[in-house]
Design a protein around this ligand. Structure first.
Ligand SMILES: Cc1ncc(COP(=O)(O)O)c(C=O)c1O
Length: 348
């Protein structure tokens, strides 16, 4: 009954973070200010959840489009950007999905669900992307679609405009430029949007991960085609109304984002000073760091109440790498103190 290739899969594992300082999932660590929370709950009070949600979501799409200087028909909304990745992989012509390695895992996972072959192009040692090599693989594999996370997860770096431009100029499939970490990178490739280039964004990293709202910005024709494979009520009434409300209070999330970026830079400075730890520069809300023994350190951090992500099993460029999401200052201090203790570390 169940496809054999599905039987071979394991379900996506989300570790239990109860009771731990949660620095593993690139969430915004700041809760809503109390007054905003109260106002939000009042705003939700009159919603009619006996009715199906608004399927067109004009108000929300207009609000997002206005913020980008685009038109509402250039915006597609998804239940997290994960869903838009899935919509694109459903809608695009046959042909491989080409991705860099390492990158965000869902591109490959969803491709496999949909029986789309995946070809990956290894990043260089410094996590740079060779555009010629990427394009060669796209041509060889007759790629239908390619994903470039800018900045990239889990490496944290942003490939330069010239690299992305070269790929977008020469790739004839659908190029999905995933800007999930755009709020922390202060840069965007939205100017490259055309019928075969789309930008992916999410509200998850900004402080609304629990609402599950992602969006694509693209050419109206491509957005229109992807919209045909979107489930009619993919964004529930509470999610729509909440994001609509929070967009009017965007400065709150903006300020939190600035605090996170300041903390990130402070943390990189501290980690750089440690003799046995190598942090990589980050344009995101997380830091990738190489340590002497990732498995041991991951477990020791967990025993001491701190959950990060261990990437060692991915091998290659991620050997002995951990990824730590930026928390509030007290959490970051505790992470550093515990890391120093478990490594037996002195400053450089
Ligand atoms: C590069 C990248 N894209 C997309 C996502 C998924 O975000 P969402 O919560 O909108 O599904 C993530 C989440 O970690 C990510 O790192």
């Amino acid at each position: 009954m169940i496809r054999n290739d599905i039987k071979q899969l394991s379900a996506y594992h989300i570790p239990d973070a109860r009771g731990l300082i949660k620095l593993n999932a690139m969430e915004n660590p700041y809760p809503l200010p109390d007054t905003l929370r109260d106002e939000w709950v009042r705003h939700l009070h009159n919603l009619n959840i006996n009715r199906y949600p608004d399927t067109k979501m004009d108000a929300l799409r207009h609000a997002i489009a206005d913020g980008e200087g685009l038109r509402a028909d250039q915006v597609l909304l998804g239940n997290g950007s994960d869903e838009i990745i899935q919509l694109a992989l459903i809608a695009v012509d046959r042909g491989a999905c080409v991705i860099p390695r390492p990158t965000f895992v869902m591109y490959e996972i969803i491709s496999r669900w949909l029986k789309r072959p995946v070809a990956s192009v290894p990043l260089e040692k410094d996590f740079s992307l060779n555009a010629d090599a990427f394009l060669r693989v796209c041509a060889r594999e007759k790629a239908g679609i390619a994903f470039l996370a800018c900045p990239n997860n889990p490496t944290g770096n942003m490939w330069p405009r010239s690299t992305i431009q070269q790929i977008s100029d020469n790739f004839r499939g659908l190029l999905m430029i995933d800007e999930a970490y755009h709020p922390f990178a202060n840069d965007t490739y939205t100017d490259m949007i055309d019928p075969h280039v789309m930008i992916l964004r999410t509200f998850s990293k900004l402080g609304m991960a629990g609402l599950r709202l992602g969006y694509a910005l693209g050419h109206p024709d491509t957005i229109g085609e992807l919209n045909k494979v979107r489930l009619p009520y993919n964004i529930n009434t509470l999610g729509q109304a909440s994001v609509n409300f929070f967009l009017k209070h965007f400065h709150v999330f903006d300020e939190q984002t600035k605090k996170i970026c300041r903390e990130r830079d402070r943390l990189v400075g501290i980690l750089e000073n440690m003799a046995h730890v190598d942090p990589y520069p980050s344009r995101t809300n997380f830091i990738l760091l190489r340590v002497p023994n990732a498995g041991f350190i991951f477990e020791a951090l967990k025993q001491n109440g701190i959950l990060v992500k261990n990437l060692h099993a991915e091998g290659d460029l991620l050997e002995n790498c951990l990824r730590v999401t930026i928390g509030i200052p007290e959490e970051n201090d505790q992470f550093v103190a515990t890391l120093k203790e478990v490594i037996g570390e002195t400053d450089k």
